[in-house]
Design a protein around this ligand. Structure first.
Ligand SMILES: Cc1ncc(COP(=O)(O)O)c(C=O)c1O
Length: 390
């Protein structure tokens, strides 16, 4: 018997980076010492007080039962309290917070909830490829918003054609940005919120790296703009802030109608997260945020070490202001894919080719600050020995 997947499944984009993983594994299997800067997986463990909270909660039989359908009220209250204390933003935990199985699930769900086949969604290019997955499943049409170095990797709304803006139902933005490491100014946030309100576009701000800003700057939440709750939602996650990528805890915060639709959709798919994980998430958000400050300092020290070493070998690049990525221009004579290949084969250093994030990612590679300073310096030293940079 042959099984035919649905048309929606057939529309899913191919996972560009799975080919890269195959190549990396091949080089590792040959016995080489590979420095992997290609992925976005936090390398540090979850802080012990959060792990402890999970252990304690896992002993409680209450959490062995089904959790409440839309998640635990304590967790929504902890999210609201975190936003107020850390970002000065007030949200109603009852109507303006939804609990997600990680940010990724929410980002894909949102297209399924709001797009009909043929509807237009504005997507940053380069950008996080999971935005494409949801749009593809829903049968929506992506219109790319190019992010260029000259514009600080912020989209230029004046370049979006009037007809495209009229047709668009949804827009994804992401600051601090993956892959470029750019952050958004409050002037840009205002422009984005006003543009979406004027054009009736649901704005989804992906705030996955919201805790990771350098040089003393805390990246602003889009909810700090008073009209953001009318324009849309922000999606936040514990994955990066507390090294909890494996725990799968995320939130949608903002417009109550959008939150209601997310909850409705999820009622048909899931019975919220394991209650003990939710209690550990409460601990993460409510306890001292000292661990977050220490983590940001660690990434900043790594960023400084990487750029210092790259500048020393003649690879000129502007240090990123947030996220845990470096976005580096590819030298002449290479595409982003051929340069990533040559770095892997000759230096055994893995970077992610920019083209994997969209056409406008061509000309760059992304390096994660997810190994220690010594390994970052070692990566630069190996690249130096290739005599590509003078
Ligand atoms: C830009 C961006 N958004 C969202 C996510 C999803 O994070 P999670 O699903 O772990 O919450 C990631 C993860 O790498 C990301 O880079």
């Amino acid at each position: 018997m042959r099984f035919q997947a649905s048309e929606a499944m057939k529309r899913l984009p191919t996972q560009f980076f799975s080919t890269l993983v195959g190549k990396v594994n091949h080089v590792i299997a040959q016995g080489h010492d590979v420095i992997n800067l290609g992925q976005g997986n936090p390398d540090q463990p979850t802080p012990p007080h959060i792990v402890k909270a999970l252990q304690v909660a896992a002993e409680n039989p209450l959490h062995h039962k089904y959790p409440p359908f839309q998640g635990r009220q304590e967790l929504k209250e902890a999210v609201a309290a975190w936003y107020e204390k850390e970002r000065g933003v007030r949200v109603d935990p009852g109507d303006e917070v939804a609990i997600l199985f990680g940010g990724k699930a929410g980002l894909v769900e949102i297209s399924n909830i709001f797009l009909n086949p043929g509807d237009v969604c504005l997507v940053p290019d380069p950008g996080y490829p999971d935005y494409w997955s949801g749009v593809a499943m829903a049968g929506g049409k992506m219109e790319m918003m190019p992010l260029s170095a000259e514009k600080g990797f912020l989209p230029d709304f004046s370049r979006i054609e009037r007809e495209t803006a009229r047709q668009a139902k949804l827009m994804f933005l992401n600051y601090p940005n993956n892959p470029t490491g750019a952050v958004a100014s409050s002037a840009f946030i205002e422009e984005a919120v006003e543009y979406c309100l004027a054009n009736d576009i649901l704005l989804v701000h992906d705030y996955a790296y919201g805790a990771i800003g350098f040089d003393g700057q805390t990246p602003a939440s889009f909810l700090s703009h008073p009209d953001m709750k009318q324009a849309g939602i922000e999606i936040y996650t514990l994955s990066k802030t507390y090294n909890m990528a494996g725990w799968r805890v995320g939130f949608a915060i903002g417009n109550d109608e959008v939150i209601h639709q997310i909850n409705l959709y999820q009622d048909h798919y899931f019975v919220s997260l394991f209650g003990a994980v939710q209690m550990a998430a409460v601990e993460a958000l409510s306890a001292s945020q000292q661990c977050v400050h220490e983590l940001v300092n660690l990434y900043e020290a790594r960023r400084n070490a990487l750029y210092r070493s790259l500048h020393r070998i003649g690879w000129q690049a502007k240090p990123t202001k947030g996220s845990f990525f470096a976005w580096l221009p590819v030298p002449e004579g290479f595409s982003s894919a051929s340069f990533a290949d040559v770095l892997l084969q000759e230096a055994h250093v893995v970077v992610a080719p920019g083209i994997g994030f969209g056409e406008c990612g061509e000309g760059f590679v992304r390096a994660g600050l997810l190994v220690d300073e010594h390994r970052l310096e070692e990566a630069a030293a190996r690249i130096h020995r290739m005599h590509i940079f003078k």
